[in-house]
Design a protein around this ligand. Structure first.
Ligand SMILES: Nc1nc2c(ncn2[C@@H]2O[C@H](COP(=O)(O)OP(=O)(O)OP(=O)(O)O)[C@@H](O)[C@H]2O)c(=O)[nH]1
Length: 465
């Protein structure tokens, strides 16, 4: 049984390697499992039923055969003893009437025993019947001898016969009585054997019945355990093949780390792998689109520079950092000179083109830690962390010169553009608007002073002083 179970279990639950989960493989697994389950259930229900049938047969046998046999045997034993008593009384009869009464009692006893034998313990029937026949025959002889002895006694009493004839008659009667006594003993011992055998058969059958009941109980418990094991195996089958991998996929989805890369590089084994790969690809696409949306929301579509909102967020951050660590921070306000006339002379599209070129030129002169943003219209802002006013003025001059040196090709003709730059540095107690406003005022000062120049707002003591 154990060997069969060990042989079957790996077949039902293949070990180690996480199995592929194609719809076909799951279906075939379940079919296989259902076949085993059905066979086991059939055995589990069938075996106790077979034993139950046996129990019923034994119980019926016990009630219909063994018990009546046993009762008959007991009856036979009692009747045999009673017959022996009657037979023993025969030689004691003094009159013909007495002898006849005893004869009738013996005949009645014999008839009773014959009745009992008719329904009783079969095996000893032959021996009992022949003993019984012999008793009947001998009893008749004994009865005849008793009658004769009574007649002889009467004749001797009347002086018709000599006394020695009575002795002779008594002797032959005594011999027959002894013979009857022996036969009575034989009958009684046969009856006792029958009783004993019947008792043995009866108790053996009872013992067999008890064993069958135990067996049935054990089979039912075994069947229950087996069904439990199969249910567990079914759970493991579902758990191993589907639930765990689905749970892993769910966890991956929730944490956004679906392991789709590995599956995309190799060939997916099953539908679940395909689903995981597609889901991973979808998450990648969503993530890319999300990044693109973030980029679009943070930048200016024409120039690709940071937009005003991004500028304000970064300015807020840099302002806090500068105050907390007492570091310098400067800001340049950059405005293209006479931009309206470019629009007017060359058209709005050319104006856009010029804006993009100038944004590119400005961007090429900025550090990675700086932030260049389009502030609106033809205005740009360059935020310069870790930069004091002198360094900011130098950068502004560099930018101005770079733009002034640009040759922008407009419909085949070169166009020269200049910028005016206002620069301002952070002062203690400044708010965001203060810094922007001072840079703006400085830029307007540059415009007033003839454009294509840099003007700086008057600086107070720096934060580091
Ligand atoms: N092509 C184009 N033009 C723009 C854009 N945004 C603003 N402008 C134009 O830029 C011009 C700005 O002109 P003004 O503010 O008068 O200043 P300006 O002509 O540059 O003169 P100054 O600043 O005084 O040197 C306006 O004509 C706006 O229409 C844009 O995105 N594209």
């Amino acid at each position: 049984m154990k060997g069969i179970a060990l042989h079957l279990l790996p077949w039902i639950m293949p070990p180690e390697r996480p199995p592929a989960v194609s719809a076909r493989s799951v279906r075939s697994s379940f079919l296989r499992f259902s076949a085993v389950m059905s066979a086991v259930l059939l055995c589990a229900i069938g075996a106790p039923l077979v034993v139950q049938f046996q129990i019923q047969r034994s119980a019926v046998g016990l009630e219909e055969v063994a018990l009546p046999n046993w009762h008959a045997a007991l009856q036979l034993e009692a009747d045999s003893r009673a017959l022996s008593v009657h037979v023993a009384r025969l030689p004691l009869a003094m009159t013909q009437a007495e002898a006849r009464t005893v004869h009738d009692m013996v005949s009645g006893g014999l008839a009773l025993i014959e009745d009992t034998l008719g329904s009783g313990p079969g095996k000893l029937n032959d021996a009992l019947t022949s003993t019984l026949n012999e008793i009947r025959h001998t009893a008749e002889l004994a009865f005849a001898a008793t009658e004769r002895r009574i007649e002889v006694a009467r004749d001797v009493d009347q002086g018709l016969l000599p006394a020695d004839r009575l002795l002779e008659a008594r002797r032959s009667e005594r011999d027959l009585a002894r013979r009857l006594d022996d036969l009575g003993l034989t009958l009684a011992s046969h009856a006792a054997i029958a009783t004993h055998d019947s008792e043995n058969a009866f108790s053996a059958q009872r013992e067999q019945l008890a064993q069958q009941r135990w067996l049935q109980g054990a089979l039912l418990i075994g069947a229950g355990l087996l069904v439990g094991v199969l249910m567990f195996a079914q759970y493991r089958l579902v758990d191993r093949r589907l639930l765990r991998r689905i749970a892993r996929l769910r966890d991956g989805m929730m944490s956004g780390t679906v392991e789709a890369q590995r599956l995309r590089s190799g060939s997916p084994r099953d539908e679940l792998d395909q689903m995981t790969a597609e889901l991973g690809a979808l998450l990648d696409r969503l993530s890319d689109q999300n990044l693109e949306l973030q980029r679009l929301a943070a930048s200016d579509p024409l120039t690709g520079l940071a937009n005003r909102r991004t500028l304000m967020d970064r300015l807020r951050f840099e302002l806090e950092r500068a105050f907390r660590y007492r570091r310098p921070l400067s800001l340049l306000m950059i405005d293209i000179d006479h931009f309206k006339s470019i629009n007017d002379n060359w058209g709005h599209a050319t104006g856009d083109q010029v804006l993009a070129r100038i944004a590119g030129a400005l961007g090429s002169e900025t550090r990675h830690s700086d932030l260049l943003a389009r502030h609106g219209g033809e205005e740009f802002v360059l935020l310069l962390p870790e930069t004091d006013q002198d360094a900011a003025a130098e950068t502004a001059e560099l930018l101005r010169a770079r733009v002034a040196g640009l040759q922008i090709d407009v419909g085949g003709a070169p166009l020269q553009v200049t910028i005016s730059v206002g620069c301002a540095s952070l002062r203690p107690g400044d708010r965001m608007d203060d810094l922007v406003e001072r840079a703006d005022l400085a830029m307007y000062a540059a415009k007033r002073k003839g454009r294509n120049r840099v003007e700086c707002a008057p600086s107070s003591l720096s934060l580091t002083d």
